[in-house]
Write a protein of this length. Structure first.
Length: 344
């Protein structure tokens, strides 16, 4: 990156932004994004059938701006909107940006040297979570090896990654509308990528400070099963079920389900745990013996965020007795929810 000089050729990026009834937040997003663009970049906005005047605003404001490609479709969801954006992208790289999020100042300058001088398929970087006007938290993934196992243990958001567009020649986001479409897609792309780089700098602001953020909708939590089914089908087709799915289903799906912060009854949590066990037994027979549940495996990958000795112990306990893990975790989750209510 330090070899970059002003005037050098810059790898072009298409910023693909789906939006739905979000015009005010979209304006804030563009306010941070547009100063980052350089000659050759494109801003592809897909209005997903909104009724708040987004499309009209975009056409009135940016119709003559050669950076913009403004598209409109009937409401079909973010996955279909992103696919439509991909169909219109002709640049070497794509960056998926949510219309209610922000770019960090100088983000484009920090990545252009990396993209210009190396044949990277994916560039991953840190991000900032904005929980309120005053509460900001930087998330660094702390990647060391950039091997397949490590990448499967990361967050599978598309927004903190810049992708070589050709990776999506075959892979597409699911056409069905459900919450965890990112988790049904990004692991496939990571599996197909040959060259991945990591920049330990936050370049993206994931904004949770507004009420419209979909991540706050806990009623859609069971959609994780739909996402996992998409991945199971994909890896079975390639004959790589164990290689592709073991780290994902055991340490992403299982981990997230076990440590859900939802405030539910013991009987409901028990039903969830039994369903988790059944799903894993069907998807990966013999998953209980996976190396990903071995403590020696985590000696190498202990640097990965979210995975502590105590949490791994409970996951390993679950593999032996879901009920025993439930008896430990349910009081823990209930206490966590009580603390949250007090803090609020």
């Amino acid at each position: 990156m330090e070899n970059y000089k002003e005037g050098d050729q810059v790898a072009d990026i298409s910023y693909i932004i789906p939006t739905f009834n979000n015009v005010d937040l979209l304006k804030k997003c563009l306010h941070t994004l547009l100063p980052e663009t350089v000659k050759g970049d494109k801003v592809i906005i897909v209005d997903d059938g909104g009724s708040d005047g987004t499309y009209e605003y975009l056409m009135e404001t940016y119709k003559e701006d050669t950076r913009f490609i403004i598209l409109h479709q009937e409401n079909q969801g973010q996955g279909v909107a992103r696919n439509l954006g991909l169909d219109h992208a002709v640049t070497e790289y794509v960056w998926f940006v949510d219309s209610d999020d922000l770019l960090v100042e100088g983000a484009r300058r920090k990545v252009k040297g990396i993209l210009d001088t190396n044949e990277w398929d994916i560039l991953i970087f840190g991000y900032t979570v904005k929980k309120s006007r005053t509460e900001m938290k930087n998330v660094a993934l702390k990647l060391k090896y950039l091997d397949y196992r490590e990448l499967m243990l990361t967050d599978h958001f598309p927004c903190n990654k810049i992708f070589r567009r050709k990776l999506f020649d075959v892979i597409r986001f699911p056409e069905k509308k459900f919450r965890f479409e990112d988790h049904a897609t990004i692991p496939k792309v990571l599996h197909e990528a040959d060259h991945v780089n990591y920049l330990n700098t936050p370049l993206y602001v994931y904004d949770l400070s507004h009420e419209t953020n979909v991540s706050k909708n806990e009623k859609l939590y069971d959609h994780m099963y739909i996402a996992c089914n998409c991945l199971v089908d994909y890896f079975r087709e390639g004959g790589e079920v164990r290689k592709g799915l073991e780290p994902l289903l055991i340490n992403t799906f299982l981990f997230n389900r076990m440590y859900s912060s939802r405030d539910v009854s013991f009987s409901e949590r028990k039903r969830e745990f039994m369903e988790m066990e059944r799903y894993l037994n069907e998807s990966i027979p013999g998953w209980q013996t996976s190396e990903y549940l071995d403590f020696s495996f985590w000696k190498k990958y202990h640097h990965m965020q979210h995975y502590t000795f105590v949490k791994l112990f409970n996951i390993k306990l679950f593999s032996r007795s879901p009920l025993a893990a439930l008896l430990i975790l349910h009081p823990f989750n209930s206490l966590k929810n009580s603390v949250k209510k007090i803090v609020r």
